[in-house]
Design a protein around this ligand. Structure first.
Ligand code: ATP
Length: 455
């Protein structure tokens, strides 16, 4: 049975070291999480899988890693400074603050009082002092999304790579939003990570590319283990689209708290490059942009066939890494009834995402020969490049299997007396999903594992 409540995941994450609330020992910082020893591995594996699919396996995407500190002008011209805000209301009775669109029938969602303030705007961007003066007069923003610097570096990337449209720029990095209602575990946080791709296309081909990217993304989610029958492609109604968007798909997933947005794919037309470009009046922009007397670059490309400059449209598939983490954990979590009546919790993660690929378990932690062979096997297997191989010398084989089922380790290798007494040496290999055990020669392990993990 998969995870049915957020509590199951929160408990597993804390118990086994996937994620903890930030500053837990001081009561916790709301809406901010720290990834633990296994969480950092899973998160890195998710990001590596995305980078591989978006950058390495394609021939039309480059990567970028830009700064978090963002010059004010960037977010003024992008439109964020004037619009990146939530309309809010306060309850005068219980003092709760909530988003105005969460108020039903004029009642406070916390206590039901109808004594509410007027709707006010609350800017969700974090800012911080920049340079030696500490009076707030010179500040920068912590970026609220990773993509703005992809637009501001568009010309540098083109000039340095000679890329031609259609092509994309991918980036993974932290974003910050002072969310009013940070909740549902890592679903809505104040500090989170995004994997964003800006794919630049010729106007007129944009809707075609929207479909291609929707299909590519769905396939990617399936490869990460999500059941597509639990996903919904929400084609945003015209009247609900942002003014610059021609079309947007929200890919939604059945999280423990309900069906909710996992990622967005938006046709943003020429709004972003147009906003940051000089000489906007010469560019026949479709989107309604902010006048920009400060930019020093024309963010356009030359069409050799039509002999004219144009601003590419952009298709943006944007994923929250933390939401990906939560969806993948939700899907992988399983409580299984065993034939002997016991229940086991097993994380059926795809092999490439598993934080630990193989656990090598010496049956007796005080037997020098067994421990030395286990060490040797670990060292040899690491060289295969399959990922993390861990020496698990807790001493109790039953507990070790339970722990590795719970953290999703696909294979356990047990080194026992037979391993050191017989020649050629063999070990027991146990499969997480089937729990089947087989005896394999130590010399065959690297080949076996390379095939198993497709490395
Ligand atoms: P929502 O409607 O849930 O607030 P959004 O439409 O504002 O999300 P975008 O600005 O399109 O989100 O950001 C792209 C992706 O970044 C989202 O689909 C989501 O996966 C992720 N994301 C956005 N805000 C957060 C957050 N506060 N915490 C975690 N992930 C987030």
């Amino acid at each position: 049975m998969p995870a049915t409540s957020m509590d199951q995941l929160v408990n597993l994450c804390k118990r086994r070291g996937f994620a903890f609330q930030s500053a837990d020992i001081y009561g916790g910082l709301q809406g901010v999480y720290d990834y633990g020893p296994l969480g950092v591995e899973l998160k890195n594996n998710i990001k590596a899988a995305w980078w591989r699919s978006m950058v390495y396996e394609r021939d039309d995407v480059e990567g970028l890693d830009t700064s978090i500190l963002t010059m004010r002008k960037v977010l003024q011209y992008s439109g964020h400074e004037s619009t990146f805000s939530d309309p809010l209301q306060d309850c005068k009775k219980c003092k709760a603050r909530f988003r105005a669109d969460h108020v039903k029938d004029g009642k406070c969602p916390e206590c039901g009082s109808t004594d509410l303030t007027e709707v006010r705007s609350f800017n969700t961007m974090f800012k911080t002092n920049f340079g030696p003066v500490d009076d707030g007069s010179v500040f920068v923003y912590l970026r609220p999304e990773t993509c703005q610097s992809i637009f501001t570096q568009f010309k540098n990337v083109i000039d340095s790579t000679a890329r031609k449209v259609p092509f994309g720029i991918a980036q993974i990095g932290k974003s910050f939003r002072n969310e009013i209602t940070a909740r549902n575990f890592m679903f809505r946080q104040r500090e989170f990570e995004q994997m964003e791709l800006e794919f630049f296309v010729k106007p007129g081909t944009d809707l075609e590319w929207m479909e291609k990217w929707k299909d590519y993304c769905l396939k990617w989610w399936e490869a990460q283990g999500l059941d597509l029958s639990k996903m919904n492609v929400h084609d945003i109604a015209k009247e609900d689209l942002a003014h610059y968007s021609k079309k947007t798909y929200d890919l939604e997933y059945q999280f423990p708290h309900g069906l909710d947005e996992l990622m967005g794919i938006a046709d943003r037309q020429d709004y972003d490059l147009g906003n940051h470009s000089r000489h906007q009046e010469e560019l026949n922009l479709v989107a309604h942009v902010h006048k920009n007397p400060d930019s020093t670059a024309k963010l356009a490309v030359y069409d050799e066939e039509e002999k004219k400059w144009y601003v590419p449209f952009v298709i943006e598939p944007s994923i929250g890494v933390d939401r990906a983490f939560l969806a993948i954990m939700t899907e992988a979590y399983n409580e299984e009834k065993l034939p002997n009546g016991e229940t086991r919790t097993v994380l059926k993660l795809k092999k490439h995402l598993a934080p630990v690929k193989v656990a090598v378990i010496p049956l007796k932690r005080n037997n020098e020969q067994i421990v030395a062979l286990a060490h040797q096997i670990k060292t040899d297997l690491l060289k295969t490049g399959i990922g993390r191989v861990m020496l698990e010398d807790s001493g109790n084989i039953g507990k070790a299997y339970r722990r590795h089922d719970e953290i999703g380790t696909p294979l356990c290798i047990t080194v026992d007396f037979e391993s050191i007494e017989q020649s050629p040496a063999t070990v027991t290999l146990r499969n997480r999903d089937t729990m089947a055990q087989e005896r394999v020669a130590v010399a065959d392990l690297p080949k076996y594992l390379k095939e198993f993990f497709g490395a």
